[in-house]
Design a protein around this ligand. Structure first.
Ligand SMILES: [Ca+2]
Length: 465
């Protein structure tokens, strides 16, 4: 009998203590793959002493709740997993120690599979890292987890998650596209370090293929705490679309709803986020909060033909002509823009070097030109280096006084006019780093809350409180 996890062991003890019959209950097994072990072969029983040679062998045997431990080494081929786990009883493939077992990719054809700690690289043309299907092609797997993998130097998409997935703690380096996700998925604490341009032939010309750090299609998707940086310079120069977070509802994709984008740090793109819903005009409820967006060529957030767009407590640095932009009346329905810090800092360098767009206004609502009723709830935003169009009574212009912008540190100094200049937003309990909000007298504008060791103003002498 193999007891592979504390959870199973606890369940067994509990069952025994309660006098329940456990006979006949099949317990989860732990198997071992060790390609460099002297006795390794696929005829073995897969125990630690008699491990299997290939991961593919394990993928044909493992059942719901089982774990497959993969020892260090280079394993050939792209692994196709056809077995399925169950909800709450995933089949886990785990490289131990982490990131020492190298494979050329995973293709999942089963559900409830967990892939943990692998190094994945593949130099084949447009190769993917982990592929769990796509909802729009009805191939999406469900309930899979991708945790702590190192995916690098692949010419396709690092992780295609399927539905109800968890994508957490992965490092994706030198990949054409970072993460592609469908409904019910959480994308948390990942890093995309450098997107690479894939050159394609189009109309007789060689040009870079369009790419994104992340692409989503579906409902109830969260991106939290990710660090996205390093776009292809050729694409930034030519202004070819590179978004941190995007989708579109045309071609084979549908509408998206209830998208939450929070606590992410994002550097270098053409658009921070320009998701499109122009085909069906049904996408709704997208929220950006506590994000840091730095250096985008054209625009910050522009959700084309979405409704219920919430942009709160973000920092936009050098985000194109209009860091927050509304173009149509639908985009203004139920939309809110508050507590943001929208600034330009040495923007002229990009304008000169890359022919980027100069700053215009921090927030722009073009829908008002046709319809004076197309207003956005907009207030308590702070601007620097761009025009304040005065949509909100408490919107204001002031020099931010960042801690160390040269090093990408856009926190506010204690005497910054942005400290305590925001309004209370009940839904936002912490800042980008998880620091509690509010502190001092009120919410700070931007993505960071200044930590107050003591009350910001001492009580007057003789005052009781
Ligand atoms: Ca404060």
């Amino acid at each position: 009998m193999t007891v592979n996890s504390a959870g199973s062991w606890t369940a067994l003890c509990l069952a025994a203590a309660l006098g329940l019959a456990v006979a006949g209950e099949s317990l989860a097994a732990t198997y071992y793959v060790d390609g460099t072990h002297a006795a390794a072969k696929d005829d073995n029983d897969g125990s630690a002493k008699a491990p299997w040679k290939t991961i593919q062998k394990a993928a044909g045997v493992a059942k719901a709740g089982d774990a497959v431990i993969v020892r260090p080494g280079a394993y050939d081929g792209v692994l196709t997993v056809k077995v399925s786990g169950e909800k709450g009883k995933l089949i886990t493939f785990r490289a131990e120690p982490a990131r020492k077992a190298r494979v050329r990719g995973f293709v999942l054809e089963g559900d409830y599979i967990s892939i943990e700690g692998f190094e994945i690289t593949n130099d084949a043309d447009q190769a993917n890292g982990i592929f769990a299907g796509e909802a729009h092609r009805k191939t999406a797997r469900t309930g899979c987890r991708f945790v702590n993998n190192f995916i690098h130097d692949v010419g396709g998409t690092a992780i295609t998650s399927g539905e109800k997935a968890m994508v957490k703690g992965n490092l994706m380096k030198n990949v054409c596209r970072g993460v592609f996700v469908n409904s019910g998925t959480l994308v948390e604490d990942n890093e995309v370090d450098t997107l690479t341009a894939q050159m394609i032939e189009k109309n007789g010309k060689t040009q870079p293929k369009k790419t994104q750090y992340t692409f989503f299609a579906g409902d109830d998707i969260t991106f939290r705490g990710n660090y996205l940086h390093g776009a292809p310079q050729a694409q930034l120069k030519k202004g070819m679309g590179v978004d941190f977070f995007t989708t579109w509802d045309a071609w084979i994709f549908g509408s998206s709803h209830r998208i939450l984008i929070e606590n992410n740090r994002c550097f270098d793109a053409t658009h921070a986020s320009e998701p499109e819903a122009k085909q069906h005009k049904q996408s709704s409820h997208i929220t950006y909060r506590n994000n840091l967006f730095v250096n985008t060529v054209y625009v910050g957030v522009l959700c084309k033909e979405w409704s219920h767009i919430t942009v709160e407590n973000n920092i936009f640095i050098n985000c194109g002509a209009y860091p927050v932009w509304f173009q149509t009346a639908r985009e203004t329905e139920g939309s809110v823009v508050r507590n943001n810090l929208i600034a330009y800092w040495k923007r002229d360098r990009q304008v000169a070097a890359f022919d980027w767009k100069p700053a215009e206004s921090g927030i722009a609502n073009f829908a008002l030109k046709k319809n004076p009723e197309a207003k956005v709830v907009c207030d308590y935003n702070m601007f620097w280096g761009c025009e304040n169009r005065g949509y909100g009574k408490h919107d204001f212009v002031a020099e931010p006084q960042f801690v160390d912008p040269e090093k990408g540190d856009f926190r506010l100094k204690p005497d910054s006019p942005g400290v305590d200049a925001g309004t209370t937003i009940e839904a936002i309990k912490t800042d980008l780093r998880g620091v509690k909000r509010p502190q001092g007298k009120a919410y700070d504008v931007g993505a960071y809350e200044l930590e107050q060791k003591r009350p910001s103003r001492a009580p007057a002498e003789g005052a009781k409180e």
